[in-house]
Design a protein around this ligand. Structure first.
Ligand code: KQY
Length: 365
């Protein structure tokens, strides 16, 4: 398939909202032992649950390194296609293509340059070469043309689109020195508008507390639920460092309008109580030079906002926490026509992200 020389905006393409109907969802299969404990087996069990849950609602494509291919193929999961897709880790939200559509039933992919969340400045592992091919390979499998941003680093978890011209992101992530240090905020904003076919970018100052792996991706703190309406990860306790971050985001969002001039309505979803790594969990992750060690007591960036909005369902991470039910109830009110599918997702969180980070939608054009 072709690489396009212009930008999606110049060609009349834009990123639809996540609730736009999907053709399918992509995931990658986890296995690296310096990120996932106990040979990644506990994480694989939860990934399998996520895959099978999404597959009840839409087709799923799972990309697997050759070493795990037979294992995953033999699971024989209905509505799931298993493809060999070499990867460095399993975060396809970030290394996969962002699909864009036009108003005439066509689909293309944006293949962002990927540098493992900060390259040689503060990236999480080296090399990341296989991950950087995932966007191109997704486009090849889907048989769609792509746009490649060779001079611009971005991960899909750092953006959300309302499908009507507005993009959400965070300053903490996009202005971090590990991605595009030579570019100004205005130049970065211009890239987002060109490659996502958007008119306006809303810059939330900071992401979730301790989301250090991603430098504060927006998909852990805020997500559109409709044009002009978002959910925001919230913390009532003023003594918890999350409170100030959420309050700053709330003040910012309530002071803004979107691309169509609408005020932003904010629905709060309280975060779970602090989730920290146990000694047992820390002990069974391989310590490798060049990757961030997992240490007992480290706080994890737990948030319900990192849910995935697929056809007919919300795939929601839960944490066996007193706040789980409120998150379920709030999302049920926001999406009365969808099934809320809660999944106990601590094992994904231990790897540094959650359900939104491990999924990537291909919209139905
Ligand atoms: O949350 C994400 N989008 C990715 C997190 C990567 C963590 C690697 N340890």
């Amino acid at each position: 398939m072709r690489i396009n020389d212009k930008t999606p905006k110049q060609d009349g393409y834009y990123m639809p909202a996540e609730w736009h109907e999907h053709r399918c969802t992509y995931l990658l299969w986890p296995e690296r032992e310096d990120n996932w404990r106990e040979n990644a087996e506990p994480a694989q069990a939860v990934f399998q649950q996520v895959i099978q849950t999404i597959a009840k609602y839409e087709p799923v494509v799972v990309g697997v390194n050759v070493s795990q291919y037979a294992h995953v193929l033999e699971m024989n999961m209905p509505n799931v296609q298993v493809v060999e897709l070499a990867n460095n880790d399993a975060w396809i939200r970030d290394c996969g293509a962002t699909c864009v559509i036009n108003g005439r039933g066509r689909l293309r992919g944006v293949d962002w340059k990927f540098n493992a969340w900060g390259g040689l400045v503060n990236g999480l592992y080296f090399p990341w070469d296989q991950d950087d091919f995932i966007g191109a390979k997704m486009c090849a499998i889907e048989g769609i043309d792509r746009y490649r941003t060779s001079d611009f680093v971005l991960e899909g978890g750092s953006i959300h689109s309302d499908g009507e011209g507005t993009i959400l992101t965070t300053e903490e992530c996009l202005l971090d020195e590990g991605r595009n240090p030579e570019m100004s905020k205005e130049q970065i904003e211009e890239k987002l508008k060109e490659y996502l076919g958007a008119e306006k970018v809303l810059w939330i100052p900071k992401g979730i507390y301790m989301d250090e792996d991603t430098n504060g991706h927006v998909d852990n703190i805020c997500q559109f639920v409709a044009p002009g309406k978002v959910v925001l990860a919230w913390e009532d306790n003023e003594d918890d460092p999350q409170h100030e971050r959420s309050q700053i985001a709330l003040d910012y969002l309530e002071s803004q309008t979107d691309a169509k001039g609408r005020k932003i309505e904010v629905v709060k979803i309280h975060v779970p109580n602090p989730v920290t790594i146990t000694a047992e969990e820390a002990a069974h992750v391989d310590q490798v030079e060049g990757t961030f060690p997992r240490k007992e007591g480290d706080r994890l960036p737990a948030s319900y906002v990192n849910y995935y909005n697929c056809n007919g369902a919300i795939i929601l991470p839960i944490f066996d926490d007193p706040h789980d039910q409120a998150a379920i109830d709030t999302l049920k009110e926001l999406f009365p026509d969808k099934v809320i599918e809660p999944i106990y997702a601590r094992e994904i969180l231990l790897g540094g992200g959650n359900i939104h980070c491990i999924t990537q939608q291909v919209p139905k054009p």
